[in-house]
Write a protein of this length. Sequence first.
Lengths: 486, 821
Amino acid sequence: MSRFVNKEIEFEMRREFLRKLTVAGVATLGLGSPNLLARSVEGDVRAQAATADSCIVLWMGGGMAAPDTFDPKRYVPFEVGVPVAEIESTFPAIDSVVDHIKLTEGLEQIAQVMDRATLIRSHVLPDLGSILHSRHQYHWHTGYVPPQTVACPHIGSWMAKVLGPLNPVMPAFVNIGQRLEGVGEQEELKAFTTAGFFGSEFGPLNLPFPEEAAQSVRPPAGMDVGRFANRQKLFRKLVDQSPQRDYLSDFQYESQLRSLENAYRLLSSPERAAFDISLEPAESYAKYDTGRFGRGCLLARRLVENGARFVEVTTEYVPFLNWDTHADGHTTLQRMKKEIDQPIAQLILDLESRGLLNRTLVILASEFSRDMIMEGKPGSNANDQTTEPVEHLQAMKHYGQHRHFTGASCVVMWGGGVRGGLLYGASSAERPFVAIEKPISVTDLHATIFTAMGISPQTAFDVEQRPFYATEDGKGQAATEIFRQV
Amino acid sequence: MTRGDGNKSVKRRYYSFGLAFGILFGSVFNDRAALSDEVDFAHEVVPILRTHCIKCHGGHQKEGGLSVNTRAELLAGGDSGPSVVEKKAVGSELFHRISSTEDGTRMPPDGAGLSAAEVAIIAKWIDEGAAWEPGFTFAPQTYEPPLRPRRPQLPEAIHGREHPLDRILDSWARVHGHAVPENVSDEVFLRRVTLDLVGLLPTPEQRAAFLADTRPDKRALLVDQLLADEIGYADHWLTFWNDLLRNDYTGTGFITGGRTQITSWLYEALLHNKPYDQMARELIAPPSPDSAGFINGIRWRGEVSAGQTVEIQFAQSVGQSFLGINLKCASCHDSFVDRWTLNEAFGLAAIYSERPLEIHRCDKPLGTMAQPNWLFPELGNVDSSLDKSRRLEKLAELLTHSENGRFTRTIVNRLWHRLMGRGIVHPTDAMQTAPWNEDLLDYLAVHLSDHRYDLKQTLRLIATSAAYQSQAEVLAENSESGAYVYRGMRAKRLTAEQFLDAVWQITGAAPVGMDAEVDRTRPGEISQVAGNPRADWIWSKQDASQAAAGETVAFRKVWDVTEVPELAIAVVSCDNEFQFYLNGRMVGQGQQWDVPNVVELEGVVSGQNELLVVARNGGDSPNPAGLWCEVGVKYADQRIDKFGTDSSWEWTQQLPNGDGQFLESPKDWQSSSAVNHAGIWVGRVTPQADSLLARGLHGDVRMIRASLLKSDFLMRSLGRPNRDQIVSVRPTELTTLEAIDLSIGSTLDGYLQHGARSLVSRNWTNRESLVRWVFQHALSRDPSTEEANVLAEELSWPLKPTEVADFLWSVMMLPEFQINR
């Protein structure tokens, strides 16, 4: 049940939403969004009761090495001369609150909340030649391997489109932490950070810097709130006095006014304060203040508390930075873990203490994993991506997971109806560390996420006269085992 | 009754139904007095059937033996017998089923079912005789468009409307009993056609001239005049073609060299109005690398599926852009939605392919090789023994074959859509489906080939029709849910580019540089103004090659004017930035030496005038500094003269305030020096400056247009597509996220502030004169008394920049501004 509107209103909102989706005119007029296909109307779209109302994706952009994070293997400490092939993990394993789940050193806080989580160690990704990260990220975020003949929507856009906003004044899809200008592969990043053929109504509100998020919902610099309100009044007066007011019943005319009113409603609403993380009590703020990602987690929590439907927080993908370790991997991961460990644990605890974790699905994922050596997936076409390949360690910069590996990566899911303390799937104990139990593809992982959100993986829209599904070709199968049995 | 009234009455009717339904269930349906008019099948009944019935009873579905595909089938009913008793809802099985509350009886069986209002509409529709739009069906379409061109017989003119398109449309309206939309006023026409043909708002001056024009054919003359504006036309239509040919200045693939632009070629083709068949031939069989980017598509790094190789992209792009045929389905498997097969998609791809191309179904190799094959072998085919370039030439020849009516129909349909707001075949990429009016489409298509594929002739034909010059339809949200009924043109939302150009026109805030590598020189244009010797690059000293970073100098020229010129223009370049004042008023500024700025010198007086330029050297260490300016003047008798920076310009290190006023008149004016290192600037600046000055003196100061810039945050937000795919139609609605960007985004706010400052500094007689100017420019009309009253209350006098900025914003947010109606 939504916390923001009562049951009747919610029902009406959904009806209105579905009505809009099914009105044929919306597509053929080219009004920005395609039609929901008849075969997936109301009954089918909401295949089963949702177990989550909101979704947060914690994106470890750049390729998070599973053996150094959530899937510890044999630890070999740094020592000059050690053969690289003997090293499996560069961090020792640590215990978590769940007996059978071990993580790696540096994730001590997250280890304390693994009893609320399902840990997937068998997420398998295709080998796209392992070149551009952004292509794999496109695949993970849209469910489709690029290039595609149509612009595919981000999973956040699917939620915005099919579910609509949870709180009508909050944008349904917010994307935190990723710059889209001034970074490498920016065009490729833009290609999936979009609602694609759904149209920009369902696209993200991009907030690359959490500390500046408040400015994204604030009147322009130099305009105080009073002037902002007066400007809106003047606008309304001109609308009222316009000789074109006869066109008020015109769909386009009305739609433009409605969007401007919606915008004003958010920009003048109390929920606006959610965007301002400086309003967070100092003690709480400090717990998240490990860097941009940590502050992004805080912002995500505040937005979800205020009814955001889908929020992504990324460690930011910049080629050769952060998780994209082609050299000096161990040292870089020490920093990355420091940045993510406490905020993620705090996010889970805060959601829980506010009674929101049950209905908020939090997912940590990355576009692929990494390995120390080249072997990788059998038959892989990956080239060596290490900047300084060596067979025996000579310097600290050689110590780390420097090669892309798509055979098995880790996904953690908290809350939103998933079981706590569950270990799902496993990777091989021997190299190559490919998934050997319950391999789960992007298609099936998305099916699982969509199912939790109450969206059928078979939901389809008519795009250029052919069906386009929420999961590739409508084939996604949810891993139902991870859901709590009710 | 206007169309607007008609629409309102529909809304009222729903409302009264809702009320009546609760109170008088059963009797209301025969109470015709309570109801204003008949149920509208297309707009009221079809959406209900589509929403609630066709899932099980439409298309190929026929549960319980019932299909609602056609009226006959619906009436015939299914296993439960006929579904409708003639003109009697009560007693009809259909009404019984949709209004029942019993499980097992009620239809649809799941969900909330029909609302009370929907049941009431169906009941009334049955009572009225269950009228059906002739030809409308929910059954899958089996239409196959004709290949060859067809020359329709023009019907007789009605009411003396002789224009060929009006003869077709008027006759259609008469046959179908529809009203012909009324003509629009000159001011509405002016704004509409200017935006449609050159993408700009008409200026208040253009408006005044057009309204004052008494020639009976002034509308046609205006169309000709706009189409003759080669640069305006090219700037505007570049957007359409970039979308259609997925060309851009940045994007996926460029970073890795996997993609090339066709910008220079495309712009030149538009500037010179290259015939469309020739354009197509040059795109498909490129005579030079300049137009090769289209067929070469995007070469992605890494591995791609068999359905997205460059060869298959070629087939898809050629199919979509030139024929409106969707080969995307057929690239993986035989299409389920139309007749195209996997072999045909691969056959087209094989024409382009340099390697043997193995056919793949859903990414699995089939073991057979594709043979070069064109989609319409009736016209001839491509010999597989030819080499690639010959094969492409042959394909280009077949595509543009005079007997290929689909080639011409596809493009005229797109142009009709751009001007009339909806395709004759719609969506415009679905050319495999039936047009709503074959004669109209076929006439436009043969007209294009009759006129040597001159696209401007098609635009002219449409824009000079009474149909184009008539009231736009008022659309309801579900206007498109039944069969399309032509009720006049449909209003068009401004594209991101049109919106920004319009904002820049009013605020003067257009950027100074462009990203597109295009030559914006009109064909045959005089590119130089004869006259006095060329201006010098000047500074305070002869060697300014190591001028201090941040060094700022004021230069002035005292200009004695005996005859006030009709027009005076300065072209200025300064390394690194300048503000230009005329008689104590800022008239221009610039920040990029390599993109000279055009400054209009408005307010030159008889006697002494002062040109004052504050020039600042940039950088963070010593570097070359220089200022260059040429002033061109044109007198009433069209005499042209020019002068420029030289030693008669004086300099001082004292600086004026932001209004170009010195607190104390400088006493140290000294002659400036021609610098001895001008070579570093001349090559880049002089040719541009010559052309700018020449053009400026012909009254043609060209604003940089949004189509010439890389997409930015605001343009993306307003619907400019990421051109990785062909997206030939833009979204037509402003969304909430866009509205947020427009409400608080710093980009638009910056333009508004700039515009407000510059407007406030002009010499308005009173605030009404500003209000009138803004309304005339933005909306092509005068403010109404009510609007003028509102603004008289809101705007202070003297004007305040913040209030003017808010006024501009409010006007630009009006649907009237953002929608071309």
